[in-house]
Design a binder for this molecule. Structure first.
Ligand code: ZN
Length: 194
């Protein structure tokens, strides 16, 4: 085999490797995309640590809470905003949001709602041509009452130094429920026939 032939063989080999590498990269990219979609689907169905079964079951007509539909960006935006509130407003100790808030389902929903209300108020404030009471209303109606409610109503007080996981309430007694359902009128019984 001449040096030229050898060189040509090496060149062909290199080309084939390059082509195959490209194909492998394409397949790998597709696999990663599918994996990411799968993970996002699982997260939407309650993949976070604190998530419980969806309240609406599989009924697509029922709305789902913020934490079940939030994307990675939504979570990061909310965390950034919560940290900004903690720094900028620096509430008193008895109104602080502890760092473990993403583990507390109810606290997450409260903070997401507070964030949504703040965005609406801040947007209205920024867009108003004249002075606007929206931010005053947000402070008065939503900020302080929500922080107070979070600290009063959730098992969050003990998380200042160490996170204590939520303890869920006891589930509905199935026997009592079935008895009540048996005594209930059928759904269409009371309707007038047309
Ligand atoms: Zn905690």
């Amino acid at each position: 085999m001449s040096a030229e032939q050898l060189e040509e063989l090496v060149r062909q080999f290199a080309l084939r490797v390059k082509r195959e590498q490209h194909e492998v990269e394409e397949v790998l990219g597709e696999v990663l995309q599918r994996l990411s979609a799968l993970e996002q689907g699982q997260a939407r169905q309650g993949g976070t640590e604190a998530a419980a079964a969806a309240p609406a079951g599989d009924d697509p007509a029922m709305p789902s809470p913020w934490s079940y539909r939030a994307t990675e960006k939504d979570w990061r935006d909310l965390a950034g905003w919560v940290d900004w509130i903690s720094t900028h407003y620096a509430p008193q100790l008895n109104l602080r949001i502890w760092p473990c808030w993403p583990s507390h389902g109810g606290v997450v929903e409260e903070l997401a709602a507070l964030h949504a209300a703040w965005r609406a108020a801040a947007l209205a404030d920024a867009e108003s041509q004249s002075v606007s009471p929206d931010m005053a209303y947000w402070h008065q109606m939503w900020l302080w009452p929500t922080l107070d409610r979070i600290r009063q109503n959730y098992m969050f007080k003990s998380c200042e130094t160490d996170h204590t996981p939520d303890r869920a309430g006891r589930p509905t007694d199935p026997t009592v429920l079935e008895n009540r359902i048996a005594a209930a009128p059928a759904r269409d019984k009371g309707k007038m026939s047309t």
